[in-house]
Structures are given as structure tokens and as C-alpha cells.
Design a protein around this ligand. Structure first.
Ligand code: F0G
Length: 460
């Protein structure tokens, strides 16, 4: 069945020229970049799907807000406008702006856990895991089993495995587990949503064992839209009502505002009602980020974020946004191209293991497909698989990821239907010559977060 493209609920007032290099030029550029997507220059990319983070297009209201931004060092009007908007949407008393999501993690996590303690999440995003570990604690993932099978079409593949969560708490000790984090949507599992029921049940377990419950809220609006579409009892609720209920179950949230809040830079910490914890956060914000009323951002950033928070929860916008994913996924279904299904909220995670069954995990099928997409159509994507996972810190052996995805992360309000068709056409062309595509090996790598900097070469 053809899925119709949901028309953009906006028209275009300002444009940015992009260009497509010739195939020969692209082959040269990617070889010069040592087959690392992060080493390509932005200007050599035709369609940039490396991330949906900070790559969104702001509206005319947001740009007007940029002009109105109050740059006072302390007590600027843009700060109060932002706090008011966040209080209104999330229902939390305390709101602290910071410069991006990982800054929120850095400020908050060091206050909550340390050596010999644990954080459990449906899935920690890389930087979230890094900040748990920098605090001295350990990060444990606890996602439902169906997340690991791209072919299983479950409605909430991002959920926490509730039974396992309780087992893990008892295994490590309720006094040692200091934080439970619910990542909505679940980025690493493919932008998969988490249900209200699962969030409520997780919250009940946290209360039972007296453990703090935090939401990683980067894609909270897309998650709310999926709840409205898929969870019985929520079809007639507004997106804002769903968000209010979701956040009512947690004690705090960290947020990268560079995703669903449709800005290019920004983050938030929200604390429901723990004034003491908020006071401690303010102290750390001042030393790490800047004074509390700007938190590492310009007044203009605070102003555009206050507006973006509302634009990101507009249902017409979300229908178009998720519709764009569904349209692309529909074209892949027709062509028999496997991806994490049903499609998630911020991109299509193509199953590179299924596309290249002849490429073993340690020759990086997800990275091989990313390189082919660049060569085929100048599209930049990234590997979410063994290449990104890296080596075992104890043995130095290459780890074997549960899945080998190539992530096509779609920036918000940036690309049109024609661009989406180019993405689908490129994947179809690659599938037709899939058996000729070779794997890659690493010729140089740094010790941590290697995928950002490593050099590769094709396997002979
Ligand atoms: N949490 C989640 C779920 C994320 O996806 C990200 C970033 C962060 C936290 C950190 O936020 O970048 O503002 O510091 N994800 C981006 C991505 C980078 O490409 O998925 P940040």
C-alpha cells in the first residue's frame, strides 16, 4: 500500500543552497575523509542525515525571538519566558537552562550517584552513559527484548523491561541503584516510543524501592504523538495533556532541546519539587555553564527555545513530522528493504545486516552502508552498530552489537518529499548491487568514542 506524504504545514521563506558533487568527487572526498562520516566537510554533503540534533529549521517566530532576546547577564526577560513555558508544559516547579543535553547530565548526575552505584535505563544514550560513568557509577540498559528484532512490529519497542528492572534492582541492591532513566523516545533502539503504562509502572517500582526517576526528554513530543496514535485511552487527549501525564510520574528530567524543541542549541534540567536538589544544581550550573539565568546560552537562544517548546508539541507539525518517517518507511517496505520497524520518531534505522549478509560485524555493515549512501547520492548518515560500539575495555576485542543499523536521522522542517524520495531511491539502488559491497577495517582508532575520529579502509 502506498503511504501518502503528509504535506508540510508551513511554506518556505528562506533557503540554503546545497550542491551535489559528481560521483567521482564524492568517491575522492570519502577516501580523503578515511571513510569517516564525521571527517567530511558539510559543504560536500548533499543531504545531511548525520543527526536530527541542532540541525532543525527555526520558524519566523523563533527568528523574531532571536531579535528580542534579552542579553542581560542576570534576570533577563528571555529567561523568565523560558521558565514559564517549561513550567506550563511539563508541570515542574524548577527549571534550569543549560547549553545542551550532556550539560544537563553533567550538572545533575554528579549530584545523584558515585562510585559503586548504578543507573538503570531503557537505554542510555552515549553521552548519558558517559556522564553516569564519569560520576563513578555504572550504567545498565534494560530495554524490552523485542527492541533487538527489527522485524517485530510492536507498538512500544522502546519500553523498559519491567520484570528485568525489578530483578536488576534486587541484584545490585536498592540502596546502590541511585537513578532510573527513561529515554523517550528510545534513540539507540531506533527512536522507538515508550508507553504511558510503561512509564507509570517504572515509576511505581522506583517508589517501591525509593529510587529517583529521571526522564531523558530529548524526543518527548514525538513520544507523546506515538502514545496518542497507539495507546488505548489516549486517542482523544491533547499532546500537551499526554506530556503532562508522562512527566507527572518522574522526579526530574534532563533534556537536549536540540531535538524536539526545534532549536540549534540548548538544554534543560527540570526538577518536579525537590528544592534542595535544585539549589545544588544551581551551584553546579554556575561553575560549569554560567549564571543560572542563562546557563551557557545567549538570551536569544533562551527566547527561541521558549517559542520552540510550543511549536514542537503542535499536533499538525507532529503529524507531518512522523508522516515523513512513515512515507520513507513505506517506500522501503515496497522495495523489501529491512529497517527497525515500525519506523521510529526521528529517523529510519536501516538494517544493514539484512542488506549485507556477507559482511561480518567486525567489517562494519552499518558503516559500509553509510559510505555507500554518500557515494550513491551524497547522503551523510551514521553507523549505529558494532563500529559505534567499539572494543571491550578489558580485552580490547571488537564488541558484537545486537544490531547493525545505518541511521538516517531526519532534521526537523528541513527536507522535502523530493529529498525523501532521493533517500529511498539511493537505498534501492544500493540494494540492487548489495552483493558487490565490501566491508571496512580500522587503520587507526583513539581509545574512547572511536567512531568520531577513526580512520578506515575497504577490505580487499
Ligand atoms: N539523550 C539523548 C536520547 C540523545 O539522543 C542525545 C543526543 C543526548 C541525550 C545528548 O544531547 O547532544 O544535546 O548533548 N543525541 C544526538 C544524536 C547527538 O545524534 O542522536 P546533546
Amino acid at each position: 500500500m502506498d503511504i501518502r506524504y503528509v504535506p508540510e504545514p508551513f511554506r518556505i521563506k528562506m533557503v540554503e543552497t546545497i550542491k551535489m558533487l559528481s560521483r567521482e568527487e564524492r568517491e575522492m572526498k570519502i577516501a580523503e575523509a578515511k571513510y569517516n562520516m564525521f571527517s567530511l566537510k558539510g559543504e560536500d554533503v548533499y543531504i545531511d542525515l548525520l543527526t536530527d540534533s541542532g540541525t532543525n529549521a527555526m520558524s519566523q517566530e523563533q527568528w523574531a525571538g532571536v531579535m528580542r532576546g534579552d542579553e542581560a547577564y542576570a534576570g533577563g526577560t528571555s529567561y523568565f519566558k523560558l521558565v514559564e513555558a517549561a513550567q506550563d508544559i511539563f508541570g515542574y516547579e524548577y527549571i534550569q537552562p543549560v547549553h545542551q543535553g550532556r550539560a544537563a547530565e553533567k550538572v545533575l548526575f554528579g549530584l545523584l550517584m558515585g562510585e559503586g552505584q548504578y543507573s538503570i535505563s531503557n537505554m542510555h544514550f552515549d553521552t548519558t552513559r558517559a556522564h553516569v560513568e564519569l560520576s563513578g557509577a555504572r550504567a545498565i540498559d534494560c530495554v524490552v527484548a523485542e527492541a533487538a528484532d527489527p522485524t517485530v512490529r510492536a507498538p512500544f519497542k522502546g519500553n523498559m523491561d519491567i520484570v528485568k528492572l525489578e530483578e536488576l534492582i534486587n541484584k545490585y541492591g536498592p540502596d546502590k541503584v541511585k537513578l532510573v532513566i527513561m529515554t523517550i523516545t528510545n534513540n539507540s533502539a531506533g527512536g522507538q516510543p515508550v508507553s504511558v503504562q510503561n512509564i507509570r509502572e517504572t515509576s511505581e517500582i522506583c517508589k517501591k524501592y525509593n529510587i529517583k526517576f529521571c526522564i531523558d526528554a530529548a524526543r518527548y513530543a514525538e513520544n507523546a504523538y506515538f502514545i496518542k496514535q497507539r495507546e488505548p485511552g489516549y486517542e482523544n487527549k491533547s499532546i500537551k495533556e499526554i506530556i503532562k501525564e508522562v512527566f507527572s510520574y518522574a522526579d526530574m528530567f534532563t533534556m537536549s532541546a536540540k531535538k524536539d524543541s526545534i532549536v540549534n542549541m540548548g538544554g534543560l534540567i527540570g526538577i518536579k519539587n525537590d528544592g534542595k536538589l535544585f539549589q545544588l544544581c544551581k551551584g553546579r550550573t554556575i561553575s560549569f555553564e554560567g549564571f543560572t539565568t542563562y546557563g551557557g546560552l545567549s538570551g536569544r537562544d533562551l527566547e527561541s527555545l521558549a517559542i520552540g517548546l510550543y511549536e514542537g508539541i503542535d499536533e499538525n507539525y507532529l503529524r507531518y513530522r512522523i508522516g515523513q518517517m512513515e512515507y520513507l518507511a513505506g517506500r522501503l517496505d515496497k522495495a523489501g528493504i529491512a529497517y527497525q520497524s515500525p519506523v521510529g520518531g526521528h529517523g529510519v534505522f536501516v538494517d544493514a545486516k539484512a542488506m549485507f549478509p556477507h559482511i561480518p560485524y567486525n567489517e562494519f555493515p552499518g558503516q559500509a552502508l553509510a559510505i555507500e549512501l554518500y557515494k550513491e547520492a551524497g547522503i551523510r548518515t551514521c553507523d549505529i552498530g558494532s563500529y559505534m560500539l567499539g572494543n571491550d575495555p578489558d580485552t580490547g576485542e571488537q564488541l558484537h552489537a545486537d544490531f547493525e543499523f545505518t541511521r538516517l536521522a531526519i532534521p526537523r522542517r528541513v527536507y522535502t518529499q523530493a529529498h525523501i524520495d532521493i533517500m529511498a531511491d539511493a537505498l534501492i539502488a544500493i540494494k540492487e548491487r548489495a552483493n558487490t559491497v565490501k566491508g571496512y577495517r580500522i587503520t587507526w582508532e583513539p581509545p574512547i568514542l572511536r567512531h568520531f575520529q577513526a580512520s578506515l579502509e575497504p577490505v580487499k
